[in-house]
Ligand binder design. Sequence first.
Ligand code: DI6
Ligand code: FE
Length: 399
Amino acid sequence: MADWDLLLTDAHVATMRGDGYGEIEDAALAVSDGAIAWVGPQAERPEVDAAETRSLGGRWLTPALIDCHTHLVFGGDRSAEFEQRLEGTRYEDIARAGGGIMSTVRATREMSSDALYAAALPRAQALAREGVATIEIKSGYGLDVDNEIKMLEVARRLGESTELDVRTTLLAAHAVPTEYADRADDYIDMVCDELLPLVAERGLADAVDAYLESIAFTAPQIAKRFRKAQQLELPVKLHADQLSDSGGAELAAHFDALSADHLEFTSKKGVKAMAAAGAVAVLLPGAYLTLGESQKPPVDLLRDNGVPIAVASDCNPGTSPICSLRAAMILASRLFGLTPLECLAGVTREAARALGLADDRGTLDVGKRADIAVWDIGHPRELAYWIGTPQLVELLVAD
Ligand code: DI6
Ligand code: FE
């Protein structure tokens, strides 16, 4: 019997281990039982049998990409609102007038599971076509027990029916639903007492998220929900400081969050708190672009304090209608000044860390999942450089 299932030769590898690209030129990589069994310079490869050997003709291998923040299960469309915004109406004002997130909530509630699945599938496939093997999908457009569960079930089904590995996040504290207008505390109580325990019992969520903002929930409301999540042993993450400095980074750090996401208005104190807690900063340049923001996340402070930086699509119909992680990389470099290395690390090893999966994927290391992207490029820096060029040759994923 062969020792390895698959041996890839004549390749260059960006392992993404350590701080750099982890480049190995003229490399080989072996896969066994869905995991990386060997990686290194071709000249040092042990003489071991492989069931299948493939020469890659000088192509590059990187870890498969990971989109660690999406809302890609949703109903309806918000292009009219996009038009309104370009005509001068602010996102917060549209939200306060019952549009924004609530209009997607109405459309999502009206759709059956099957219809939601059919709408979400092409979005997930679009990400996969660019080299993404793992995606996080949030609920947050149901905002009641049945519809939040419906969204999470659709997300799980996407994972089961495609080659994508889907991680689900309960984002019930995304907006105050109309039926709880002026009773946000009661809504949070319902989420803590009913929805969260049910979701945990049914294993439908891998993490819990919330939206801290003047148009969404307050810090005490979110703290209550995070305490409940922790009792149920679910890790937390937070939409933090997107439109104002709400102390989101500090709140996330206080609860040992996996990540704090957006962070445009995060202060130095918030960055220091994240560094101390080991939370990942997930930057979402698609939302910054779409909302026409001018306040950028504090990238230099994040770097100086050693906060890991991930990049994600934030795919959603309101603020980031982008089904492309490559586009998010491009935008992170152009808009936030991330280096090509930071962009690629942000969608591989740091994205894995933002999902609590750093031990399992995100770098090409022996023992990790054999989720590997094969690229027709001269160097991995090109992945944050070329726009719209089809560079992915193949995506290999562990079963
Ligand atoms: N921040 C965002 O950018 C998305 N959610 C959030 O909390 C926006 C979601 C939407 O507008 O539908
Ligand atoms: Fe988001």
